[in-house]
Design a binder for this molecule. Sequence first.
Ligand SMILES: NS(=O)(=O)c1c(F)c(F)c(S(=O)(=O)CCO)c(N[C@H]2CCc3ccccc32)c1F
Ligand SMILES: [Zn+2]
Length: 261
Amino acid sequence: TGDQWGYGKEDGPSAWHINYPVALGNRQSPIDIVPDETTLDRDLGPIFLDYDSCTSINISNNGHSVVVEFVDSDDRSMIRGGPLDNPYRLKQFHFHWGEKGHEGSEHTVAGLGYASELHLVHWNAVKYRSFTDAASAPDGLAVLGIFLETGDDHRWLHLITDVLFMVKYKDSVTDFKGFNPKCLLPNRLHYWTYLGSLTTPPLHESVTWILLKEPIVVSDKQLGMFRMLLFNGEEEDERKKMENNFRPPQPLNGREVRSSN
Ligand SMILES: NS(=O)(=O)c1c(F)c(F)c(S(=O)(=O)CCO)c(N[C@H]2CCc3ccccc32)c1F
Ligand SMILES: [Zn+2]
């Protein structure tokens, strides 16, 4: 079936265009952010994140990343403001990471990668009836991207790394209630924003990207816990460590990248 994509040599980002031709589209993500070439837009207001800890449901390994899903049948966990014309509902968050410290993020900044990148995926429930409808609409999704750099332990990330052993294999899932992703935000919410796409198949060009300039700091040990996850299912013979699950930067094609103050 079409969902046989991955991050390996045969099924990785350079082959995705075969089953997903939009991979060669003109608003693909991620991109390299060149701060000096961004446009400071004084009309860009602050973003507001109102997350309710009662909306987290579970944590799972879907064979591509580790994903925390949220209740998205109401407006309890929302992002609004900034470049967004409507409030968007939190659907899930997941991570991308490498095998060593200097690469692993999807977006790069002046050519430099971070060790990891956290994506909080939101959808426009004002204009669309479901996440699926929104996921293929040009203003359907808003993904908040947060860079992770290595240093001291992150005081709250252990809430996630402590349960990763429960979702070691593809298609494993376990309850994950009462988690508020606000604890994963940096101190300042200055951001870059541009119009792009999902960074995994189906690669829909439906994402307003909002990337926080300030990374959060996590330890090598904490990040190493993510690498004990496997791409493969428990029944498969081959053990493939889940790492380097990031798409490299794509052509900007003349797009504007705006900067909040
Ligand atoms: N980097 S990203 O933000 O573009 C992005 C991912 F990188 C990623 F891995 C996923 S996924 O659901 O874990 C795997 C396949 O979509 C999604 N999930 C989205 C995309 C499609 C879909 C369908 C249902 C639920 C979530 C998603 C995603 F939006
Ligand atoms: Zn992502």
